[in-house]
Ligand binder design. Structure first.
Ligand code: SIN
Length: 541
């Protein structure tokens, strides 16, 4: 069984630091929440790399919010519910679409410079959106612009401290409440950070898979530590694969934004034939899961490892203006978007499930909140609508701070929590061996728990993953080891969720249960340490 703490220690012996709010992670969720909270409290932000390195930084397409006259929150809501395939929590979606526009205006007032066209916010289209409602910045560098603007704000707030190159090992809980976290400095020294409230903003788990659009840091740390702490974790089987990541020898699986298709690019198989008409009436702008599976079908049909994305109808000037990062990156590999078809294939991109929260971002553990990809607010259902993730982070970040303002501070008399010891073995693990095990885990996930799943493949993956569980009986000391343990935890949650759900819905596709079964399965899966997987009625209509 996965233990409640990754390490054995006596917290009373650790140096202790106190803060009012601990924010773990520095993507858009962490930055926005910290800025909002810093108006009336001391905030400590912790990142395992630097303020500028997070998944947000690589977001291209943009941020979805209703700003155009011909659009409305009702349309945005309907699009989100449709993409979510019957599993969105309707009240959460309502919160997102109604509060999103105001939060986006706040992002602008905090210094984010979205692109402007003819004096108005420039809006693009993405898959499964009925209207153009995606704001973007510097063409396709939206995430970077948001992080730049918010990080600048953070740096200028005296009440926000940032610890970079620090790794949060575990949350500390006592009597059903979160009381802070155990943190490791780069030199291996450990500290107990005591906090009145903790917000997990630690992002997702793209590194579960060999092929991902996510950076190296996306190792499921927040989900795994919340699970160890006993929080409810919801809908882990729903992993979104982005249809179009660059698939070229020697190149990373660089994201080729859905906005490229939004601007008219088409998909072709390696014979040069368009194919999306065979799969969905919305063609290239069908929901992501459908486009991704269509691409895999065409790859199989043509015995190829890729398909092509063709935007050669556009002028070079327009491509450079709208997609400067993608253009430059492809050019580094000799691929010219204006004249070449770009080889692409699906890659793991986003985790719809996560730490279950209420409408104020609070988890099932008091004083523990989750915001952004690590959370399961109910907004995304079984399949996230493109560009809803950045808006979700700011909308729920604000709500979390409002809720935290109602909390009373932790009493001084609170004793130092006790961490049960497992007397783990001191085993020297070579870094190269941890790397090899991480790679093997990623390959297991691609083979057995990828875009298309079956009982046999899932059981095989489960048994391979379980062989690695012995790691929890050893004494872990390095970031690489903690990350591997977190990935393993998350891989098991995803695999068990996928085995449990005997139907196909949104991003979860079972070849042995190819139909969506509303009668039996319009419900969520909930996993919690020491409990069997449970089902929860869906609040979708
Ligand atoms: C993209 O630009 O295609 C990614 C946007 C998203 O995942 O929301």
């Amino acid at each position: 069984m996965i233990p409640s703490y990754l390490i054995d220690l006596d917290i009373a012996t650790l140096p202790q630091v106190e803060t009012e709010l601990l924010v773990i992670g520095t993507g858009i969720a962490g930055l926005f929440t910290a800025i909002e909270a810093s108006r009336d409290r001391q905030v400590l932000m912790i990142t395992k790399r630097t303020l500028l390195e997070s998944n947000t930084r690589y977001a291209q397409g943009g941020i979805a919010a209703v700003t155009a006259e011909d659009d409305s929150p009702a349309y945005h809501m309907q699009d989100t519910l449709t993409a979510g395939a019957g599993l969105c929590r309707e009240e959460a979606v309502k919160v997102l679409v109604s509060e999103g526009p105001e939060r986006v205006r706040e992002l602008i007032s905090l210094g984010t410079a979205f692109d402007i066209e003819n004096g108005e916010l420039a809006l693009t289209q993405e898959g499964a959106h009925s209207h153009r409602r995606i704001l973007h910045a510097n063409g396709d560098a939206t995430g970077y612009e948001i992080v730049r603007a918010l990080a600048k704000q953070v740096a200028s707030h005296a009440s926000i401290k940032v610890w970079d190159e620090h790794f949060v090992i575990d949350l500390v809980t006592q009597s059903g409440e979160c009381r802070g976290a155990i943190v490791q400095e780069a030199d291996g020294r450990r500290i107990y950070v005591k906090a009145d409230a903790v917000v997990l903003c630690s992002g997702g788990a793209g590194q579960l898979y060999r092929y991902t659009t996510n950076p190296e840091v996306a190792t499921a740390d927040g989900i795994a530590m919340a699970y160890r702490a006993g929080a409810e974790i919801r809908d882990m089987e729903f992993i979104q694969f982005h249809p179009t990541s660059l698939c070229y020898p020697g190149a990373p699986r660089f994201l080729i934004s859905e906005a490229v298709r939004g601007e008219g690019a088409v998909l072709r198989n390696i014979r040069g034939e368009r194919f999306m008409h065979k799969y969905h009436p919305q063609l290239e702008l069908a929901p992501r899961d459908i486009v991704a599976r269509a691409i895999v079908s065409e790859m199989e049909l043509t015995k190829a490892t890729q398909v092509y994305l063709d935007i050669t109808h556009e002028t070079l000037d327009r491509i450079k203006l709208r997609f400067p990062t993608i253009y430059e990156t492809c050019m580094n590999y000799g691929l010219d978007l204006a004249s070449d078809w770009i080889p692409v294939a699906p890659a793991a991109h986003y985790m719809m499930g996560g730490v279950k929260t209420d409408l104020h971002g609070e988890s099932s553990i008091q004083r523990l909140f989750a915001c952004g990809e690590v959370s399961s607010t109910g907004v995304h259902g079984a399949n996230r609508l493109a560009s809803n993730s950045l808006s979700e982070a700011i909308v729920f970040g604000k709500r979390i701070v409002n809720r935290i303002r109602e909390l009373t501070p932790l009493k001084e008399s609170v004793s130092v929590p006790f961490v049960p010891s497992l007397n783990r073995k001191e085993v020297f693990v070579e870094v190269s061996s941890i790397h090899a095990r991480r790679l093997a885990l990623q390959k297991t996930m691609v083979r057995g728990v990828g875009l298309r799943r079956s009982e046999q493949g899932l059981l095989q993956a489960k048994s391979l993953l379980e062989k690695e569980l012995a790691i929890f009986n050893t004494s872990l000391t390095t970031q690489e080891e903690y990350e591997f343990a977190n990935l393993l935890t998350c891989a098991i949650l995803v695999t068990e969720g996928a085995l449990h759900r005997k139907e196909s819905r949104g991003a979860h596709y079972r070849e042995d249960y190819p139909d969506c079964d509303d009668l039996l399965w319009q419900k969520h899966t909930v996993q919690q340490r020491e409990r069997k997987i449970a089902e929860e009625v869906s609040h979708a209509t």
